[in-house]
Design a protein around this ligand. Sequence first.
Ligand code: IYR
Length: 253
Amino acid sequence: ELKENVPDTTTKVTETDSDSEDIDDDFLPALPKDLKHIPLVFNQLSEEESLKKSEEFYQLMNARRTVRHFSRKDIPKDVIYNIIKTAGTSPSGAHTEPWTYVLVHSPEIKEKIRDIIEEEEEINYKKRMGKVWTTDLKPFKTNWIKEYLTEAPYLILVFKQLYSFRTDGKKKLHYYNDQSVNLSTGILLAAIQNAGLVSLTSTPLNCGPALRTLLGRPKSEKLSLLLPVGYPAEDCLVPDLQRKSLNEIMVEF
Ligand code: IYR
């Protein structure tokens, strides 16, 4: 990915003055070259506070469950805006912020999204996924009927920007866009949980281009995830899963 920013040494550049490096606009960084560095805003916690907060945050996040049955109850739009702003605080490659969060509240658009996804998912479950995959999913009781797509008050579609364009028309490379969008989505999930809402990290297979077109997103963007967000249905059940222990997920030296 970095290759495109390496100067082409096969092209003879005639240096006519000592400032030629500065006026070579082929290699102007996307951000100002002389970007100011400012003091870090950092609030040092005591070890006691740090322990307490880490324990409380673990408890909060450990209570997060993927929910497939949503209430139709609406949520305040400002809560959703805060959640998406929080996702936007994620680190990203060269601060390119390569994410677009498409927020859908319109019942008509949710209906269209559901039609697109159910049509594809029926083929996925019956033909594309195969016996092993569909068998592994049996405990989760999922299928191609996706009621949550029209029941949840909001759908958030996470798009990954592979590249964008600068104001001067030059292509801006989005380094590590995969990791950046995945980090941002993790922060989104934590913000949803923190706001007392639930979601489902869904991955509509083979629906990316149709959903991208429906929502008017450019070709430079690829659908990463779709998350219904709202409150759980009153009778909502979740699978009785256990999480791996610290010893199972960590090796220490
Ligand atoms: N995308 C399908 C199938 C699916 C796949 C996995 I892996 C899951 O953990 C859950 C579902 C669907 O949304 O039903």
